[in-house]
Design a protein around this ligand. Sequence first.
Ligand code: PMP
Length: 347
Amino acid sequence: MGFNLENITRENIKGLKPYSSARDEYVSKGSEMVFLDANENPNSNGFNRYPDPHQRSLKSILANQKNIEESQILVGNGSDEILDLLFRVFCEPKIDNIITLPPTYGMYKVLAGINDIENREVFLNSDFQPNIDTIVANVDDKTKLLLLCSPNNPTGNLIEENKIKILLKEFKGLVIIDEAYIDFASATSWIDCLNEYPNLVVTQTLSKAYGMAGIRLGMCYASEAIINLLKKIKPPYNVNVLTQNQAIKGVLNMAEVANQVAEILNERSHLQNALEEVPFIQTIYSSEANFLLVKVDDANKRYHQLLEREIVIRNRSKQPLCDNTLRFTIGTPEENIKLINALKAIK
Ligand code: PMP
């Protein structure tokens, strides 16, 4: 039997009547309207009114750029909120399960824990690619979500296209592809395949390449049917006015984003070269993201030595396959020089 959205949606969500907010219908009808419906302070200061609950201006730009319908987009308070909504629409606490592929982004496991969902961990192979047979062997009729992260955090690699295609065809739940780092990658987004795979969900964010981690804006791209389910449970005003306005400016400024991505990629390759000269760095994993994962002799020791020099990095050693690994975010040229000098100075 093929993918059936109805079959994987929680019963209570199917029957849920969503909260309808004051501005559901009227927000776009113009400024002459008198709004006495939402108990706001009437004095204008730019944010005395509730935000557009449907984020229409932002979505219309995104739809244009991605060549999809606005109805295929949900935006949220970071992609973390979007992931949370996906868990809550599809996973029945204590009954359902999900599959994650460690080493990967830590929030998937935390969200499974919050929602009391069994997290079936199928470790990536030694080349950080998914093991299709083991994934398939772990699926049962309660497996609702498969979380893929491509480029993967913390390993930095893309998940191979043909493997993702097999999983999209074989898996009867939702395949979520977390593309937080896609703007740094040599591959294009899976958004282009949305119409081909009804179980595909792609998440992206303005937190990385767009340089807007502080405003908290994440995007979810999927079929209209999936998006409609997520809309049912999202808080009515989940993206505030300041964030919506700033996000619009950000997504309209693609030239600047492209410049910054090019600079970060350039810095990544400088840093990679410099790291090759550091005697205690044993492996530098190739990266399609704005960070580098390296294997060292003693990750704890090196982490603390850098901290003493006021450089904060991430020790990823507790993750499977990541023994003695450290993750460096690509900084400004000056920050990267500081990192390189510190690495060369420590014994
Ligand atoms: N996915 C991945 C793979 C990430 O690394 C991160 C942030 N570290 C997120 C999602 C969360 O992004 P956001 O800031 O949009 O919540």
